[in-house]
Design a protein around this ligand. Structure first.
Ligand code: KIV
Ligand code: ZN
Length: 550
């Protein structure tokens, strides 16, 4: 009946248990509003998560849509050491679809879930206790015939009667589930209550073979990480979590916080993970890039302020001894403390070395493209810092490069009377198009001109500009999100001129649309080019821009 584990040991020889990290960034995280990713982005994130060292990667919910199915299948085939996992409701159709999506996986897990709380049984499922027990057994048995291993989740477990929950888990374990996950689906419990509940489950769930108990905590009361650690303290040996804590509503427990808590407080918690913590920061930044959602400055572990010391007293302390105000080193989470600066005389090898130190691994073609952009930047900016390189590499996306290219951009702002912009674009098929437009401000005018020149309607939903690094010649990083053909598309642009950065971001969106879905394009209007009436989309661009500026 014990939760048998093979303990490792820490530097002092004391026993330390290994906790599995089950990452659900691409499932629970991705399903939250504002965090959707296309297939290419999901695959890129999955590769980063595998490099980070997550034990299990939940790639999606294949029954949700053909696109989700294809993304799970592609990720499952690409993973080498990480277990590929797909979510399924406890019904045959979902389970069979999950199994089909996982066919190419080296190691496949089907994650079957069913609500167990009285509230969900009565109002969501309309099922009796007995029906829930029967469905649990049948679902797990079916999944076990189709995958290497099965995880069973009791949705809303923490608001389920403890004896009934133990009974459900006993049935799931008897049917062959090797992981039993008890989610705090609505983020309701406190750490003490979670610990008590896990202790109860470990003592009362009947099991013949070894099973791993797992926690999955939501952050509605801001307790997800504390609750996950409390579950581990009580014997859970898998934690479900996401990069940057993204997930339904207030999100899931943040992977980077759980992992670093175990690393920094290992002597107390007596548990560890296999995560390569130096990849936490690159993983966080990549997710922000792919979703277009910036990480709050004060976010623990990966926020811009996490290792910043501004006040005089703190700086004074830090200069004397970094331990005065730092409990971990920035380099341990992948933030390089280096002040190494590259310039226009730096070569390709130096660029590659710095990029690798920052957690990027460009192939030869990507390095060629980055080197060209690096040289162009070095002509404008004397010193190129790590922030600049990181932004360059994160923004490098072959899918967003071409067919359109910006040849020329002119703007003028008229105090109190809006702005005008003209663009000249080249298409890889040989066309050159020039357009001009008026707007509320220069950025608005440029976006209108690009819409017209490329004949692509964009309904701007998000627009952020932030400086990369400091100083008068700092680059501006623009992130745009726009709706087109009922989908949201993200674009990223980088330049020492913020209007040009916004133009590059808009072009990245247009390029992505044209590369991925050539037939999905919505023309701006049917009228001849150059005479398009301002569309509602364009007006939204002006509105979104104002909203994003303080
Ligand atoms: O929060 C939850 O209960 C879930 C389950 C599907 C595991 O995400
Ligand atoms: Zn969840």
């Amino acid at each position: 009946m014990e939760n048998q584990q093979t303990p490792a040991s820490d530097a002092d020889g004391a026993a330390v248990d290994h906790v599995r990290i089950f990452d659900t960034t691409l499932r629970d995280g991705e399903q939250a509003p504002g965090f959707s990713m296309d297939r290419r982005a999901k695959l890129r994130m999955a590769q980063m998560l595998e490099a980070l060292g997550v034990d299990v990667l939940e790639a999606g919910f294949p029954q949700a849509s053909p696109d989700d199915f294809a993304a799970v299948a592609q990720i499952a085939q690409s993973l080498r050491t990480t277990t590929a996992c797909a979510l399924a409701r406890c019904v045959p159709g979902d389970i069979d679809t999950a199994a089909r999506a996982l066919v190419g996986a080296r190691h496949a897990r089907i994650h079957v879930f069913l609500s167990t709380s009285p509230l969900h049984r009565e109002h969501k499922l309309g099922m009796s206790r007995q029906q829930v027990l029967d469905a649990t057994g049948a679902g797990v048995e079916r999944a076990l015939q189709l995958a290497h291993e099965v995880e069973f989740s009791a949705e809303d477990a923490m608001r389920t009667e403890p004896e009934f929950l133990a009974e459900v888990f006993s049935i799931a374990a008897g049917a062959g589930a090797s992981t039993l996950n008890a989610p705090d689906t609505v983020g309701y419990l406190t750490p003490d209550e979670i610990a008590e509940r896990f202790a109860y489950l470990l003592a009362h769930v009947r099991r013949e073979r070894h099973v791993v108990f797992s926690s999955h905590c939501h952050d509605d009361l801001g307790l997800a990480v504390a609750n996950s650690l409390a579950a581990v303290g009580a014997g859970a040996r898998q934690v479900e979590c996401t990069i940057n804590g993204i997930g339904e509503r207030a999100g899931n427990a943040a992977l980077e916080e759980i992992v670093m808590a175990m690393k920094v407080r290992g002597a107390l918690l007596r548990t560890d993970t296999r995560i390569d913590t130096r990849k936490l920061f690159p993983a966080s930044r990549l997710l922000a890039e792919l979703t277009g959602q910036a990480v709050p400055r004060n976010k623990a572990i990966v926020g811009a302020n996490a290792f910043a010391h501004e006040s005089g007293i703190h700086q004074h302390g830090m200069l004397k001894h970094r331990g005065t105000y730092e409990i971990m080193r920035p380099e341990d989470v992948g933030i390089t403390g280096t002040r190494l600066v590259l310039g226009k005389h730096s070569g390709r090898a130096a660029l590659r070395a710095r990029l690798e130190a920052l957690g990027h691994a460009p192939d030869e073609a990507a390095l060629d493209a980055l080197f060209a952009r690096f040289k162009a930047l070095a002509d404008k900016k004397r010193e190129i810092h790590d922030d600049d390189l990181d932004a360059l590499a994160r923004g490098h996306d072959p899918e967003a490069t071409g067919p359109w290219r910006l040849l020329r951009l002119d703007t003028s702002a008229h105090l109190g009377a809006g702005a005008s912009a003209s663009v000249r674009l080249a298409h890889e098929d040989g066309r050159e198009v020039a357009e001009a437009a008026l707007g509320d401000g220069p950025v608005d005018a440029v976006l209108r001109a690009i819409e017209r020149a490329t004949d692509t309607a964009l309904e701007l939903t998000r627009f952020q500009i932030q400086a990369v690094g400091a100083g008068g010649d700092a680059q501006g990083e623009a992130r745009l999100a726009a709706r087109h053909a009922e989908r949201e598309w993200n674009g990223h642009g980088l330049s020492t001129d913020i209007v040009e950065a916004a133009a590059q971001a808009a072009l990245a969106i247009v390029n992505r649309i044209e590369r991925q879905h050539p037939r999905e394009r919505n023309p701006v209007s049917q009228s001849p080019r150059g005479h398009a009436a301002p569309s509602p989309a364009i007006r939204a661009a002006g509105a979104a821009r104002k909203e994003s500026s303080p």
